[in-house]
Design a protein around this ligand. Sequence first.
Ligand code: NDP
Length: 251
Amino acid sequence: MAISFSLEGKSALVTGANTGIGQAIAVALAEAGADVALAGRSEPAETIALVEATGRKCVNIRADLSSIEPVGRVIDEAAAGLGKVDILVNNAGIIRRDDLLQFSEDDWDAVIDTNLKTLFFLSQAAARGMVERGTGKIVNIASLLTFQGGIRVPSYAAAKSGVGGVTKAMANELAPRGVQVNAIAPGYIATNNTAALQGDETRNRQILERIPTGRWGDPKDIAGAAVFLASPASDYVTGHVLAVDGGWLAR
Ligand code: NDP
């Protein structure tokens, strides 16, 4: 049988897809043949236009994923709009920065809830249908801080290292039921999220010197990995955290 990266006939749900990495993933999944549902709190007008330009269906679901309250509704609306959810990409995420000695409970809870708690319960809700059909793919967006501690971002490091852990936990239990769960750890990717770093001449130079590939990542670099992990080509890959970092972790 030929190796297939095609997502023809599949339906995908992507969180936080109005911009950056989530937008690139939603468009790439559509280009590979999937219909796409977007879940987020902002109006993803540009992403909807880009997905529809591929000829695929696009469903927009407004939801604030800082709590698990909308999780059931998001899966129900995606399934109602597209028929089913075969692929879930947990991309929505936030970061809060502060000195460790004064890091607040609010900055702790907000990051853990959005980046980790919602990711698990949305996956759980999506996995029910996937298990019923005996097939599905969950792709979690992790970080280099899944492997490293970082500075001034303790809740982000805790959440993203938790994403690595929960990816493996879900993969173990869902593999026998036909569902693969993997994560992508993006390196330094040029998005709104990293605009301040890119604009800081000294930090930008330090970062570029440390990346073997010698450039910032593009959201499309992450989207390519997401298409692989959503496609039949990765059917024997599960519980893996794939660094897409220009070689950062290799150095
Ligand atoms: P963006 O800030 O461009 O995208 C983050 C997305 O998450 C936005 O669509 C945002 O929507 C959404 N989001 C945030 N909070 C919520 C919420 N409460 N409910 C619904 N949606 C929400 O950043 P990136 O594209 O860079 O980041 C995407 C993912 O990649 C994140 O998980 C991030 O941690 C991860 N990542 C990014 C790296 C990088 O270098 N850029 C490196 C490593 C990991 P809204 O516009 O409404 O806030």
